[in-house]
Design a binder for this molecule. Structure first.
Ligand code: BEZ
Length: 253
């Protein structure tokens, strides 16, 4: 995922409060079906949890991420990880596959990303990814924007994510020359395994940046109060997030 403003990722908080992200990445890992000896690029590798699984499958893997802190965490696992954003990838014809989980929605210049990925692949190489599609976290986002509005802030320009429709991303992929072999758009309500305020601490920096530091805890508590009816499962005592996934397999002819 790309680096955030105003603060970088905190790999310890990410590993603790977003542990479900790599766990839920296993379906897209199966879709990329890594083979021993293949050269694979993990785009938006984060702390390298899934990069390590690609390596364990026998692939030679390069991870890239725009966050210096996450790249350091991936290197600490012994992985080849480099600081690089998706829209400025510098590779040419080097990879059998480009894999990406839960990262493309942070990349706000999608046309630059898909054309750089296309260039990074060998002919016949595949681009296999999953990320937030249209409608992703709509209920949570509604609560965040309402809590900001209650503080006199228009949060819409602060939204740091890009959640496209399948038609939108299909068109971007085919425009640069990809053949799209599959594309799915589906709801995947996700038990986040912790508190919604922890989710806001890990992922909500763009909204926090509009507030004085001292007001952030009350803002998070207000968001939690607003979304509790929709996103808290009282019977189980667990929070969930209304994820909608876009998952695709495209090939460079
Ligand atoms: C997602 O995986 O859909 C997501 C994660 C963090 C922030 C926004 C979306």
């Amino acid at each position: 995922m790309t680096a955030r403003s105003p603060r970088d990722w905190n790999p310890e908080a990410y590993a603790r409060d977003a542990a479900y992200v790599p766990v839920l990445g296993h379906d897209v890992l199966r879709l990329v079906a890594p083979r021993a000896g293949e050269h694979i690029l993990d785009l938006g590798c984060g702390d390298g949890a899934l990069t390590a699984e690609l390596v364990a499958a026998g692939a030679k893997v390069t991870g890239v991420d725009a966050s210096p802190a996450q790249v350091a965490a991936a290197r600490a696992r012994g992985l080849d990880a480099r600081e690089m954003a998706g829209d400025t990838l510098t590779f040419t014809g080097e990879f059998d596959a480009v894999f990406s989980n839960a990262a493309l929605h942070w990349m706000r210049r999608p046309d630059a990303v898909v054309s750089r990925v296309f260039r990074a692949l060998r002919p016949g190489g595949r681009f296999v990814a999953e990320f937030g599609g249209a409608g992703n976290i709509a209920r949570l986002l509604k609560g965040i924007l309402a809590a900001l509005a209650a503080r006199g802030i228009d949060g819409a320009p602060l939204v740091p994510w890009f959640f496209p429709t399948p038609e939108d991303y299909f068109a971007r992929l085919t425009t640069v020359g990809f053949e799209v072999h599959s594309m799915e758009h589906f709801p995947r309500p996700t038990d986040i395994g912790g508190d919604i305020e922890d989710w806001l601490n890990v992922f909500g920096a763009a909204f926090d940046s509009a507030l004085p530091e001292s007001e952030i805890p009350a803002f998070h508590a207000d968001v939690a109060r607003r979304v509790r009816g929709d996103l808290f499962d009282a019977a189980r005592g667990t929070w969930w997030v209304d994820h909608v996934r876009l998952r695709f397999h495209a090939v460079r002819p």
